[in-house]
Write a new protein. Sequence first.
Length: 202
Amino acid sequence: MGNNRISRDCSMAKGTFETKGPNLAASEVIPVEEVKLPKLASFKFDGLRCSITEGSRPLTRSLKDIPNTYVRTVIMEANLPRGIDGELGVVSNDGSMDFRRSMSEIMSEDGEPEFRYYVFDNFAYDGAYLSRYESLSKFALPSWCIIAEQREVATVEEIRAYYAEALSLGHEGLILREHHAAYKFGRSTATSQDMLKMKPKR
């Protein structure tokens, strides 16, 4: 299968997935005091973005096949439904994603890494974010495919506490989502605040 881009005959919802890719958080990290509340918050997994397309084909954020033959085959044989969207990676002993190992092992064609796929959206489901997230629970998912927890945060203090928890568990930070946001192919904006990220400055 190689790393070929998705073909034109596999166009996604609204015909934009193949040109813009999955919904990404805004590039700008805004001050927590400027976040419009409430939001749904989840851990920011430091792995490889993976979206399921036609034929249970897993693609990276750049719309290329997952390089590792074993991981790609396992995912395709599981017949995951088109639209599932999440983060794929190798998990360290503390339960967080190991970015270096994920890039090394999943981006290599050979090997059989023990991977996890944390899913948090469904771009094939037409609705607000909360409805799309809830639709994931209707699928019979394999043990390595885990629905990422979404926690409602209504105050700045709750965001800070959850952010501290995320860092203490080895995660990269938090993703904050607007309950009623539509799925936007491509990157969100700090103005809309549909999807924001919180992570340490590098």
